[in-house]
Design a protein around this ligand. Structure first.
Ligand code: AHM
Ligand code: MG
Length: 337
């Protein structure tokens, strides 16, 4: 149910205004920028909802910088975000998972310039089969003293000012944090507005569910294999498994119900598949704000990883704090012969 205050719904815009009043350092420009993201995601949602009726299924015919097939909806989503954010005067740089290079929209001349990075349509291979997909975004300050977009974007996740995602699922939900808790809004198709539906979300500390593409089990490092073996064994964790194959959907379930998601290194992708800047950092920020944790390569906290390149990948273990601790006990153990 939508949450009401004084008998009225709370829209995303109002919520941001409230947060700005509570935290005087937050600038008014910031809500203007976020409204660009909400507008773009409403546009994307309207295409996703009509998939099958309009011509958005299938491949566009090219591959992106990651070497993956580009779907028609990937392009639509990427364009919608770039177009709406392009009109926001305080966006200095945008970087998209779909594009080769970060793009400078305008040179920084004040403290209120931001960098926005996004994965416009995550899990897009699921579109044609009507499975949930999502948009993930993150916002950093645009450093005045660093010149060049490629260098400016290379900041650790701990420097994120805000992050969020929109899940185009049974309803369209927007989850975001700007470092003061995690809040969820649901798009009311009748009002055309995101309304507050969950405030100060907390991930359960532990749950009996894991989420991983187990078809790759034999190409995971041995400690991950041992953890997964223990997880499902009746005398170990005795856990159940859930895997959508859309990161936003898998993560959202864990945010609400608890559990653990992992995308380990594989023989084919020794650095993991998921992108540090576009996917892992934003979700790690949200997970930690909700009381969970997120670990990357070498057992390091994802938010502490210093990126070398905007398209860096990282292995990811994310979810309920006690589930992640449990998994890391296996993963940090020496490899057994
Ligand atoms: P994408 O950004 O190209 O859509 O790829 C990311 C997706 C994630 O949503 C999901 O967790 C993962 O790829 C699934 O990968 P796999 O099919 O290897 O299990
Ligand atoms: Mg993705």
């Amino acid at each position: 149910m939508a949450i009401k205050r004084d008998g009225h719904f709370v829209t995303f815009g109002q919520h941001i205004q409230e947060q700005q009043q509570q935290f005087p350092n937050a600038s008014g420009q910031f809500s203007w920028l976020l409204s660009g993201i909400t507008l773009a995601t409403k546009m994307i949602a309207s295409y996703v909802r009509r998939a099958g009726l309009i011509d958005v299924w299938g491949d566009e015919g090219s591959t992106n910088v990651q070497g993956e097939e580009v779907k028609k909806l990937d392009i639509i989503a990427n364009d919608a975000l770039k177009r709406t954010l392009g009109y926001r005067g305080n966006v200095g740089i945008i970087a998209s998972e779909e594009d080769d290079e970060p793009r400078v929209l305008q040179e920084v001349d004040d403290d209120d310039s931001y960098i926005i990075m996004f994965d416009p349509l995550d899990g897009s291979s699921n579109i044609d089969v009507n499975v949930s997909v999502g948009t993930i975004f993150t916002i950093f300050r645009n450093p005045k003293d660093i010149k060049g977009a490629e260098k400016s974007v290379l900041q650790p996740g701990s420097a994120q000012v805000a992050a969020g995602y929109v899940l185009y699922g049974s309803s369209t939900v927007l989850v975001y944090t700007c470092g003061h808790g995690v809040h969820q809004f649901t798009l009311d198709p009748q009002f055309g507005a995101y309304l507050l539906t969950r405030e100060h979300m907390k991930m359960p500390e532990h749950a009996g569910t894991y989420s991983v593409n187990e078809a790759y089990l034999h190409s995971f490092p041995e400690p991950y294999q041992r953890y997964l073996h223990w997880s499902k064994h009746p005398e170990g964790g005795g856990y159940s498994s859930r895997y959508v194959g859309s990161l936003v959907a898998d993560f959202h379930r864990i945010l609400v119900k608890g559990g653990i998601f992992m995308y380990p290194p594989t023989t084919k992708q020794p650095a993991g598949k998921l992108r540090l800047m576009y996917e892992c950092n934003p979700l790690a920020f949200i997970a930690e704000q909700a009381g969970g944790s997120a670990i990357g390569a070498g057992g390091q906290r994802v938010l502490d990883v210093m990126p070398q390149d905007v398209h860096d990948r990282t292995p990811l273990v994310i979810g309920s704090s006690r589930n992640v601790e449990e998994a890391m006990r296996f993963i940090n153990e020496p490899v057994r012969a």
